[in-house]
Design a protein around this ligand. Structure first.
Ligand code: URA
Length: 219
C-alpha cells in the first residue's frame, strides 16, 4: 500500500461535476432541476484519512446522502449506522441527519462503492466499474487502514475487485471475516437498509456483532 499523498487524496474523490456515468449524471441533473438546494453530486467520503476502518456502502440515497452531501446522512440506513458508530466510539457529537450537525468520526471513514445516487437505489455493474477507481484510490490513500466493512454484497464485491482479488475468492456472508493479507481484513454485514432492518434480516444485535469483531480487531 502506498503512502498517502495529496495526489492520491485528490484522485480518491470524483470531481463535483463527474460525467463518467451518463445515466447517473442525467439523474443528478434532473434532481438538480427539481431540487436546486440539494447536494446532487458525487457524495464525498466522510471521516479522517488516517483511520484504521473504512466502511463501504452501496450508493447515496436520493433524499438522504444525495440531499445532504454526506454518506448515509438523512438516509434511513444512517440511523442504525450512526447509532452503532457512536456506541463503538467511532464518533462524537450528535448525529442529526444533516451535514451541519457537527458529528465527528474517529478512526473511521465512510465511503460508497458508487458515489452518485442511482435511480431506484440500483447502480448497474458498469456504474460500479466506472466508479471503482475512486474506491481504489480511497483505499490506497489510507496509510493506517487495517479493516474494511462492506455493507452488502455489492460493496463486498466492489472492494475485492478494487483490491485486485476475484469476487469468487471470498464469499459474502453476514458477519464473515476475511483476512485478505497480513495488514488488511474485510468484514461483511448485511446492508443496514430500511428493507433489511424492517424485515429483520438485519437486527441491531446482528449489526453490533459485526462492530464488536471490528473493534476487537483494531484495538
Ligand atoms: N446512503 C449511503 O450513503 N450509502 C448507502 O449505501 C445507503 C444510504
Amino acid at each position: 500500500m502506498s503512502l498517502r499523498s495529496t495526489d492520491t487524496e485528490q484522485l480518491a474523490e470524483p470531481p463535483r461535476d463527474c460525467r463518467l456515468c451518463p445515466r447517473l449524471s442525467a439523474f443528478r441533473d434532473a434532481n438538480a432541476q427539481d431540487h436546486a438546494d440539494w447536494f446532487n453530486g458525487p457524495v464525498p467520503s466522510f471521516g479522517p484519512g488516517d483511520a484504521q476502518l473504512l466502511i463501504v456502502g452501496l450508493a447515496p440515497g436520493l433524499q438522504g446522502a444525495n440531499k445532504t452531501g454526506r454518506p448515509f446522512t438523512g438516509d434511513y440506513a444512517g440511523d442504525l449506522l450512526y447509532a452503532t458508530l457512536e456506541k463503538f466510539e467511532f464518533s462524537s457529537g450528535n448525529y442529526a441527519g444533516h451535514a451541519g450537525d457537527g458529528l465527528k468520526l474517529h478512526n473511521c471513514m465512510i465511503t460508497n462503492a458508487v458515489r452518485c445516487v442511482p435511480p431506484q437505489n440500483k447502480p448497474t455493474g458498469e456504474e460500479e466499474r466506472l466508479c471503482r477507481p475512486y474506491l481504489v484510490e480511497r483505499i490506497d490513500s489510507m496509510p493506517r487502514l487495517s479493516a474494511i466493512l462492506a455493507l452488502g454484497r455489492i460493496a463486498h464485491d466492489s472492494t475485492l475487485v478494487a483490491l485486485g482479488h476475484r469476487k469468487s475468492a471470498y464469499k459474502f456472508a453476514h458477519c464473515a471475516t476475511h483476512r485478505l493479507d497480513s495488514s488488511l481484513t474485510l468484514f461483511d454485514s448485511y446492508h443496514c437498509s430500511r428493507y433489511n432492518t424492517n424485515t429483520r434480516r438485519l437486527t441491531t444485535e446482528m449489526f453490533e456483532d459485526v462492530f464488536a469483531n471490528i473493534a476487537e480487531h483494531i484495538r
